[in-house]
Ligand binder design. Structure first.
Ligand SMILES: NC(=O)c1ccc[n+]([C@@H]2O[C@H](COP(=O)([O-])OP(=O)(O)OC[C@H]3O[C@@H](n4cnc5c(N)ncnc54)[C@H](OP(=O)(O)O)[C@@H]3O)[C@@H](O)[C@H]2O)c1
Length: 296
C-alpha cells in the first residue's frame, strides 16, 4: 500500500533494470507511477500497486522525482524531449548509462528548461538492486539529491552523491568497469597459465582473491604518491626495474607454455616506455605518467 506521506516517484523505462528500480520504490511504499514504450512490461508492477501512466507526459505529471532508465541517451531524448516543458520544477534522475559529455549536455538542457538533473550510474545488476552493498552513483545538484535521497537510497545501501559535476557518475562508472576488466583479464591469464600444469580455476581462485588484498596495499600507497603531485614515486615496495623483471617472467611463461601472450606483451610495452622515461628506480605508481598521456 503506497504511503501518501512519501514522495511520489515516476519510473520511465521498464526494461530489466527499470522494473527492478520500480519494484524497490514499491517495496518502500512510495506512490509509484510507471511508463514503458511496451506497456506489457508493467503488468507485474501494476499488480503490486504501481500506477501505469498512459503517456510519458502523464508519468512526469504524477511525480516530483522522475527516474529514467532506458537503453541509451538517444532513447532518453526520444521519450523526454516531447514532454520537456512538463519537467519544470521536477528532479530527473537519469540512470541510463551514458558518457560524461552526454551528462553535461543533459545538465545544460535541464537548466534551460528549469528542472533539476541528476546523472546516475548503477554499479550492480537488477537482482541486486535494493541490496545493502549495492552502489548507485549520482552527480549533480546537492539540493536535488538531498531532496530525494531517502527514495534513492532504497535502490542500494551504497547509494552515493559524488559531487555537483555531472560528469562524475559516468566517469566513476567506466573507471570501475576498467578495474573489473583489468582484474578479470589478469585472473583469466593466470587460469590459462596454471591450466597447463593441470590446476583448476577453482584451485587458483582463493590465491587470486587473496592476492587482490596485496594489490590493495600497493594501490593505497600509490594513491598518496600520485596525489602528492611531486612526481617522486618513491619505490617503498619494489622498483619499476624489479616489476619489469617479474613481468618478463610472466611473458616468458605465457609464450613457453603455449598460451596467449598478448596481455603480458602489452604490459611489457607500457613498462618499457615508463623505464625509458627514466623511472627505473621509482615505484609502479610512475606508470601514471603514461596513463595520463594520450598514446602517440
Ligand atoms: N541490466 C543491467 O545489469 C544494467 C546494469 C547497470 C546499468 N544498466 C543500464 O540501464 C539501462 C537499461 O538497461 P536494461 O538492462 O533495463 O535494458 P533493457 O532490458 O534492454 O531495457 C531497455 C529499456 O529502454 C527502452 N527503450 C529503448 N529504446 C527506446 C526508445 N527509443 N523509446 C522508448 N523506450 C526505449 C525499452 O523499452 P521497450 O521495453 O519498449 O523495448 C526498455 O524499457 C542501460 O543504459 C544499461 O546500460 C543496466
Amino acid at each position: 500500500m503506497a504511503d501518501k506521506d512519501l514522495s511520489s516517484v515516476a519510473v520511465v523505462g521498464l526494461g530489466l533494470m527499470g522494473q527492478a528500480l520500480a519494484s524497490e520504490f514499491l517495496k518502500g511504499n512510495h506512490p509509484t507511477t510507471v511508463w514503458n514504450r511496451s506497456a506489457d512490461k508493467a503488468a507485474d508492477l501494476v499488480s503490486r500497486g504501481a500506477v501505469l501512466a498512459k503517456t510519458p507526459a502523464d508519468a512526469v505529471a504524477a511525480a516530483g522525482l522522475v527516474v529514467v532508465c532506458v537503453s541509451d541517451d538517444e532513447a532518453l531524448h526520444a521519450v523526454l524531449d516531447p514532454v520537456a516543458d512538463r519537467l519544470q520544477g521536477r528532479v530527473v534522475a537519469n540512470l541510463t548509462s551514458g558518457s560524461s559529455d552526454q551528462a553535461r549536455a543533459n545538465a545544460a538542457w535541464a537548466q534551460e528548461l528549469g528542472f533539476s538533473y541528476l546523472d546516475g550510474a548503477i554499479m550492480t545488476v537488477p537482482a541486486l538492486v535494493g541490496a545493502p552493498d549495492s552502489v548507485l552513483f549520482y552527480a549533480g545538484p546537492q539540493e536535488a539529491y538531498d531532496e530525494h535521497s531517502a527514495a534513492l537510497r532504497l535502490l542500494g545501501g551504497g547509494t552515493t552523491h559524488l559531487g555537483e559535476d555531472h560528469a562524475l557518475a559516468s566517469l566513476y562508472d567506466v573507471s570501475l568497469l576498467g578495474v573489473m576488466w583489468g582484474t578479470l583479464n589478469s585472473y583469466l591469464q593466470g587460469v590459462a597459465l596454471l591450466s597447463t600444469a593441470g590446476v583448476k580455476a577453482s584451485e587458483f581462485l582463493p590465491w587470486a582473491t587473496r592476492w587482490v588484498d596485496v594489490v590493495k596495499v600497493f594501490a593505497t600507497d600509490y594513491a598518496g604518491q600520485i596525489d602528492s603531485g611531486d612526481a617522486e614515486y618513491p619505490a617503498r615496495d619494489a622498483t619499476m626495474e624489479v616489476h619489469f623483471g617479474a613481468l618478463k617472467h610472466l611473458l616468458h611463461e605465457s609464450e613457453a607454455q603455449g598460451i596467449n601472450a598478448e596481455l603480458p606483451r602489452f604490459v611489457h610495452g607500457l613498462m618499457e616506455r615508463t623505464l625509458a622515461g627514466g623511472f627505473d628506480q621509482n615505484s609502479y605508481a610512475s606508470m601514471i605518467e603514461l596513463f595520463r598521456t594520450p598514446e602517440k
